[in-house]
Design a protein around this ligand. Structure first.
Ligand code: THU
Length: 132
């Protein structure tokens, strides 16, 4: 799937802004994300840490769950913003796969806090997702 420039810019901008809202007092590693729903609405997410470390939730999952909780059932793209443009973790990739559009690939955008980005597909990161 091809994203138009305006949508791409909106996703990158939303992910960069969301990074500023991360709650990461334990790791000090702030991450922001933006999910493009099937309706073309963009939803943001930030990582939310906890004193009980294992309860931490990644920015990508917060963005995807935000989209789904607002009625979306497919996610066309996810942008992730972190220092050094990090790759999504395996758990987040599996969650993204759940909502990938059936006929086309989900676009993954990795971006830096300065707004530099790369575009690829979920299948590049997770070629064999689990499904029932
Ligand atoms: N984190 C994310 O939010 N997304 C990723 O793709 C990788 C890791 C968060 C979890 C934790 O709050 C911090 O980054 C360090 O692992």
């Amino acid at each position: 799937m091809e994203l138009d420039r305006e949508t791409l810019n909106k996703l990158v901008h939303t992910a960069v802004e969301a990074r500023g809202k991360a709650y990461a007092p334990y790791s000090g590693f702030s991450v922001g994300a933006a999910a493009l729903g099937g309706s073309e609405t963009v939803y943001s997410g930030s990582n939310v840490e906890n004193a009980s470390y294992g309860l931490t939730v990644c920015a990508e999952r917060v963005a995807v769950f935000n989209a789904v909780a607002n009625g979306e059932r497919t996610i066309k793209a996810v942008a992730v913003c972190a220092d050094g443009s990090t790759s999504p973790c395996g758990a987040c990739l599996q969650v993204m796969a759940e909502f990938a559009p059936k006929e086309e690939s989900m676009v993954i955008i990795l971006c830096t806090p300065e707004g530099k980005y790369t575009e690829s597909y979920l299948s590049d990161f997770l070629p064999w997702p689990f499904s029932l």
